[in-house]
Design a protein around this ligand. Structure first.
Ligand code: GLP
Length: 262
């Protein structure tokens, strides 16, 4: 795991976006795994800026999103399909037909999830997977207590996640209690993973994911077993890491190499 600790989320988002921009320039058919939540929004804006500047095109990029609430149509303003359209897809030149979000209204959710996994496999797998992290250490909607080998399927949100996400709904009662989510095992098949974590309320989750034991109690800890994971944190989210000075020194050297290779 490389841990990049930046002064601000803006700086972290810029660097993370530059890695994606460089990857899409090098391979215009890059397959992206995308995430929702407030965390990646600044990075998505940076990606859009690079498109507007004519630096890169997403015309041939295909994307698969991590998760979707069960019961919300893609037109609902809290659905993750709607979120992606508004916060990224409308701002870049990607073909909407090449963007995939699990269907929260699928009559047969199990078949929907199996077909989604097959689509990703047929596309050659995810080249770069973007992740946020829940305050309880979850990735996608893989809550504490989920097998680290889990595959894409129906999942049940914890009271903590419902509480965290209630800010986007009129009340906590309106937050769906189930979602379709890529599994931890499915996510870990991505070739490269970029996780973003900002703010003090992510500090415990980041510390558990990076320096805690690998455990289903913190599903992000499964990323310790992946060999190309980059955490981009602001100082607040990194505050509880014991080795933060070492990570900063090491990642600054590795980031220079990434830029030289570009
Ligand atoms: C939801 C999403 C996760 C996301 C998390 C954190 O639970 N399913 O993918 O990482 O929220 O959201 P935020 O970035 O708003 O803190």
């Amino acid at each position: 795991m490389e841990i990049v600790i930046c002064k601000t989320k803006e700086e972290a988002s810029r660097i993370a976006a530059s890695i994606i921009t460089a990857a899409v320039k090098a391979n215009p058919e890059t397959v992206l795994g995308l995430a929702t939540g407030s965390t990646p929004v600044t990075m998505y804006d940076e990606m859009a800026k690079a498109v507007a500047a004519g630096e890169v095109s997403y015309k041939k990029v295909r994307s698969w999103n991590l998760d979707e609430y069960v019961g919300l149509p893609g037109t609902h303003d809290q659905s993750y399909r709607y979120f992606m359209n508004e916060n990224l897809f409308k701002k870049i030149d990607i073909d909407l037909a090449n963007t995939h979000v699990l269907n929260g209204l699928a009559e047969d959710p199990v078949a929907e999830c199996a077909a989604y996994e097959k689509q990703i496999k047929d596309a050659g797998g995810i080249d770069i997977q973007v992740l946020g992290i829940g305050s309880d250490g979850h990735i996608a909607f893989n809550e504490p207590g989920t097998s680290l080998a889990s595959r894409t399927g129906v999942v049940y949100l914890t009271p903590q996640t419902i509480k965290d996400n209630a800010r986007f709904f009129k009340s906590a009662d309106e937050v769906p209690t189930r979602a379709l989510s890529m599994g931890v095992g499915s996510i870990c098949e991505a070739k490269k993973i970029i996780l973003l974590a900002f703010g003090a309320n992510k500090a415990d989750a980041v510390a558990a994911a990076v320096e805690g034991g690998v455990s289903q109690y913190c599903t992000a800890s499964a990323l310790q077993c992946h060999n190309d994971v980059w955490f981009f944190c602001d100082e607040e989210a990194a505050a509880k890491l014991k080795l933060k000075d070492y990570y900063s020194w090491r990642s600054s050297i590795k980031l220079q190499k990434v830029q030289v290779n570009d």
